[in-house]
Design a protein around this ligand. Structure first.
Ligand code: HEM
Length: 193
């Protein structure tokens, strides 16, 4: 099998969309400032926040298309690979965990089991960020006078951000390890031909 076809073309495009928008959102969040009642923001802080809102809506679109795709996908981006709750998927994940316990690196890449589930967790966190952000997009008042609902979604958005940051660093580390071990994982996933 041609290695670059480990993942379907649609999966590779959606993964690229998620990687690009989430990375952009994480980096811009270091500069931007949301409106806060009675506080003045610099042009840089307010403009970057506007950009965060719009790129976040693009991320939400990618997430929604990904869910629709993963419901029916024939490749390993199907929901049953991302969330291995079935008998077969679960036992494959337990086998991977046993290998890790005996200090062996399980086979990575395009399959279910532990690698599939790790992708599933990242997909869930990105969904949480995009959904809470998408709600904030509509309910966050421009003058920063947040009501209790806006405050709640703002807090949940900030809470999930911790997971998505950890996941982002972990994903980069995994990509470097694959590269060092001579695997074509990164090349295969980012092949957009
Ligand atoms: C996948 C999409 C998104 C990602 C990955 C993302 C990521 C982040 C991150 C990392 C933070 C900083 C959290 C913290 O340090 O407490 C943040 C803050 C925030 N985001 Fe998003 N975001 C996304 C979509 C959106 C959307 C669509 C909106 C629409 C309004 C939004 C509104 C906010 C607000 C209001 C804050 C708080 C900023 C502040 O308190 O200064 N986000 N986001």
């Amino acid at each position: 099998m041609n290695e670059s076809k480990v993942w379907a073309r649609q999966t590779r495009f959606l993964h690229f969309g998620l990687a690009a928008t989430v990375t952009f959102q994480l980096l811009i969040s270091l500069v931007m400032e949301a409106p806060e009642a009675g506080e003045k923001r610099s042009v840089l802080e307010s403009t970057t926040f506007e950009i965060h809102e719009w790129v976040g809506m693009a991320a939400l679109l990618v997430v929604i298309i990904h869910w629709i795709w993963s419901l029916r996908a024939k490749d390993n981006s199907n929901l049953r690979f991302l969330f291995p709750w079935g008998k077969e998927g679960f036992s494959s994940m337990m086998k991977d965990l046993r290998e890790i316990k005996s200090l062996k690196l399980p086979e990575g890449g395009g399959r279910g089991g532990l690698p599939g589930f790790v992708h599933g967790l990242g997909f869930l966190s990105a969904t949480g960020m995009a959904l809470t952000g998408g709600i904030l997009f509509f309910i966050l008042p421009e003058d920063g006078s947040k009501n209790a609902t806006a405050e709640l979604f703002h807090d949940i958005h900030g809470f999930i951000a911790n997971f998505i940051w950890a996941y982002w660093w972990g994903h980069i580390a995994a990509a470097v390890i694959h590269k060092k071990m001579g695997h074509d994982t990164v090349k295969n996933m980012f092949d957009l031909s």
